[in-house]
Design a protein around this ligand. Structure first.
Ligand SMILES: [Zn+2]
Length: 117
């Protein structure tokens, strides 16, 4: 399952960050998921706690920021939010557009609890 390997990679990254900061617990993980990334946020949300079990990330809250697809027109410079069926610029009709957001799948922030003693 696609989301399972993503959840595993996510937990690995979180574990790495926690180890670097000598954290005893991961409180919260914020990730950005683009609408075109092909990831089902709900599936990821339910798999994360299972994968995180018995790691430093166990019990961490996963917050998913969904990023809408945006395209930028290379002809007139218009940047607009769109859906996956987008084929051309809504302002000038040019098909010379580039995707500026929507494929994201990355960690935005990790909140750690560090043992101060
Ligand atoms: Zn345009």
């Amino acid at each position: 399952m696609h989301e399972l390997s993503i959840a595993q990679a996510l937990v690995e990254q979180v574990e790495g960050a926690a180890a670097k900061e000598h954290a005893i617990r991961v409180v919260r993980v914020v990730i950005a998921v683009g609408t075109l990334s092909g990831v089902d946020p709900e599936a990821l949300r339910s798999l994360f706690p299972l994968v995180a079990e018995e790691t430093v990330a166990a019990g961490a809250e996963l917050f998913i920021e969904q990023v809408a697809t945006r395209v930028r027109c290379l002809a007139c410079g218009l940047e607009a939010q769109t859906d996956a069926a987008f084929v051309g610029c809504t302002a000038c009709g040019s098909r010379d557009v580039e995707l500026s957001a929507g494929r994201e799948l990355n960690i935005k922030s990790i909140e750690l609890e560090v043992d101060e003693r």
